[in-house]
Design a protein around this ligand. Structure first.
Ligand SMILES: *Cc1c(COP(=O)(O)O)cnc(C)c1O
Length: 412
């Protein structure tokens, strides 16, 4: 049916019509569920017809604090009336607080704010290479960075060049050299791949897009030890795993590991504006001089005002504690589904990868059935569903959402 036909058919909801219009004029680089959201608060979204949906994705963790958190919306409103952007050519009055607070949260000297996650990853790559040439003494253009199989670090040409997801790579080459891939979770392979030209290990402490893949206990600690011994920077991509999601401020905290470079994004913008950053000590981030790197919107006044509020909220530890407490409910309910339409589950904090029994249907089909019951979730890699509810979700709502999943996968 064409879009015009659907408009004239009265049996169609406003959601159907708006969905058709949205799809008609965009590149099909996404395959969204057929829902059109108009309003949201906390863990609940309301579509253009007034139907409510429980959000179990939270914008891939960009909405850790839920939709329209009053503190974040308040900070944004207040800043909008004063100043939004100066560019980094001039300093604004929100910059110092944001960088100081975020640096303190990470226990590091310096912060380099950017906008999107991919931009922060690119920044980490550039800084690691410059550090390699200027501090470590790697010969010109010989620097290598070790990455893991199954990684997801963003969508720029450099980043997809070291992805092993064919869908993300195909027909986008030629790609930048200088990356070595080792199997995720295999410390011996990582150690063996390091040579005198290795400048960094870039790893997700938990692979989010990969399906919430948790590495074996001791892996992050091992990377820390190897990197220190071999004079290699440990860059942790905490864009999805960090900022409360796993029940700790950073996923690396679970192994008491401090990387050399934190790569942050998603929740740093409070679900309001894109805010990303890399955070490191002066011996690393100090290699950058004026003119060598930048981004027009990076560290703008609105972003810093919202980001400061995010850091203040995390500094109390309340959100981390909540994720940790709700984790038990999430784990118990999901583990009870194993053998009843679910093959395996991986849970850390308020974050789960759920492998669906292929006989139940694809991950996408399960998500469509969940949507029909008022629950929104997202599949990844065919048969896995990723659950990342806003950390503000109530235990009752979480339990209700998981009841819907249990019934869907059990085929009832
Ligand atoms: C989402 C994500 C990115 C990319 O962030 P964008 O803001 O989409 O560019 C990078 N790394 C990880 C681990 C992510 O989850």
């Amino acid at each position: 049916m064409t879009v015009t036909e659907s408009v004239t058919k009265s049996t169609h909801t406003r959601s159907d019509v708006e969905f058709g219009r949205a799809e008609a004029r965009t590149a099909h680089n996404y395959h969204p569920l057929p829902v059109v959201v108009a309003h949201a608060e906390g863990a609940w979204m309301t579509d253009v017809d007034g139907t409510r949906f429980l959000d179990l994705l939270a914008g891939y963790s960009a909405l850790n604090f839920g939709h329209s958190h009053p503190r974040l919306i308040g900070a944004a409103h207040a800043q909008l009336d004063k100043l939004t952007l100066t560019s980094r050519a001039f300093v604004h009055d929100q910059f110092a607080d944001f960088t100081a607070k975020l640096g303190d949260l990470c226990g590091k000297d310096l912060v380099l704010p950017m906008n999107t996650g991919a931009e922060a990853v690119e920044t980490a790559i550039k800084v690691a290479r410059k550090w390699g040439y200027q501090v470590k003494g790697v010969p010109a253009d010989q620097a290598t960075i070790i990455v893991a199989s199954g990684n997801f670090h963003g969508r720029t040409t450099t980043i997809v060049g070291f992805s092993d997801d064919e869908e993300a790579r195909a027909d986008f080459g030629p790609f930048a050299p200088g990356f070595t891939t080792v199997p995720y979770g295999d410390l011996a392979a990582l150690e063996a791949a390091i040579d005198e030209n290795t400048v960094a290990v870039l790893i997700e402490p938990i692979q989010g897009e990969g399906g919430v893949v948790i590495p074996p206990e001791g892996y992050l600690k091992g990377i820390r030890e190897v990197c220190t011994r071999e004079n290699v920077l440990f860059a942790a991509d905490e864009i999805q795993a960090g900022l409360g999601r796993t029940g700790r401020t950073f996923a690396c905290d679970h192994e008491d590991v401090v990387p050399d470079i934190y790569v942050l994004g998603k929740a740093l913008g409070g679900g309001v504006v894109p805010v990303s950053a890399i955070v490191a000590n002066r011996d690393v981030l100090g290699v950058l001089q004026p003119g060598q790197h930048g981004s027009t919107f990076g560290g703008n006044a609105l972003a810093c005002a919202v980001g400061s509020e995010v850091v203040d909220m995390l500094a109390t530890g309340d959100f981390q504690k909540r994720a940790d407490e709700l984790s038990t409910l999430l784990r118990e309910r999901l583990e009870a589904m194993i053998g009843h339409g679910v093959v395996a589950v991986r849970v850390r904090g308020l974050w789960a990868g759920v492998d669906i029994d292929p006989s139940v249907g694809t991950g996408r089909e399960v998500c469509e059935r969940l949507m029909a019951r008022g629950v929104l979730a997202k599949d990844t890699h065919g048969s896995t569903i990723r659950l990342a509810p806003p950390l503000v979700i109530s235990p009752e709502d979480l339990a209700w959402g998981l009841d819907q999943l249990a019934e869907v996968v059990a085929g009832s």
